[in-house]
Design a binder for this molecule. Structure first.
Ligand code: PEP
Length: 231
């Protein structure tokens, strides 16, 4: 299983360091050898954490090496911290920051070219979910536009927007149906994200085509994230 923690705009450099130190101690002795753990802290918390037990990635970056892009962070800045893992296409970036599919695809192409491991997020709104699975799949497929789904270093995160940070988790049936349909289209590791927590990890991780989870709220404390990783 893959366990990915997305801190979003939470945690400081200091609290991230403390968090990762706690994570390291527990993972070293208790993590299943087949599991992979990722942490996506805010950019200001980056450092060369260099652990064999977890990978630190970024929630976003600009698809350039360096240059005149005020306020953005490019490859040169990530390389300083040995970062080669990135989240692309998160619904908060698509919806709040108005990232278009075209921009998302450009980011994907750039970081693919630099051999990054890409965790690529897709997900539908509640209005689309209420129209049924065909509408959901049509939307999800549209989020692969311009994306080279044959890229090797590529993990997909299915995150229904209506389940992110809402406490409303998708049902086992909804996850099963959507993940089965997605796997037929793109056979890559497939994470579920949306209000995953200690109370539902056993049911969610038991679903056949769930290869891991992307976690927001329940990843903010090392104790609650570890509850998932070590369940
Ligand atoms: C997320 O934002 O990727 C997410 C899944 O958040 P939460 O776990 O809080 O729903």
């Amino acid at each position: 299983m893959i366990y990915a923690a997305n801190f979003k705009t939470n945690h400081t450099r200091q609290s991230t360091r403390e968090y990762l130190a706690k994570l390291q101690i527990q993972l070293m002795s208790k993590k299943n050898s087949g599991d992979k753990v990722y942490v996506f802290p805010p950019l200001t918390a980056l450092d060369d954490y260099n652990s064999a037990d977890f990978t630190v990635g970024v929630q976003n970056a600009y698809p350039v090496e360096s240059g005149a892009y005020t306020g953005e962070v490019g490859l040169e800045q990530l390389a300083e911290f040995n970062i080669n893992t990135i989240l692309i296409g998160h619904s908060e970036r698509r919806d709040i920051l108005n990232e278009s599919q075209d921009e998302v695809a450009k980011k994907f192409a750039f970081f693919k070219e630099h051999n990054f491991e890409i965790i690529y997020c897709i997900g539908e709104s509640l209005a689309i979910r209420e129209q049924g699975i065909e509408a959901v799949m049509e939307h999800l497929i549209s989020q692969f536009e311009g994306i080279d789904t044959s890229y090797d270093n590529f993990v997909i995160a299915y995150e229904p927007i209506w389940a992110i940070g809402t406490g409303r988790v998708a049902s086992v049936e909804e996850i099963t149906e959507t993940h089965n349909a997605l796997k037929k289209i793109v056979n890559k590791p497939l994470l579920y994200g949306g209000s995953v927590k200690g109370a539902n990890i056993t049911n969610i991780s038991a679903i056949k085509n769930v290869d891991g989870v992307l976690v927001g709220g329940a990843s903010l404390k090392p104790e609650t994230f570890l509850e998932l990783v070590l369940h």
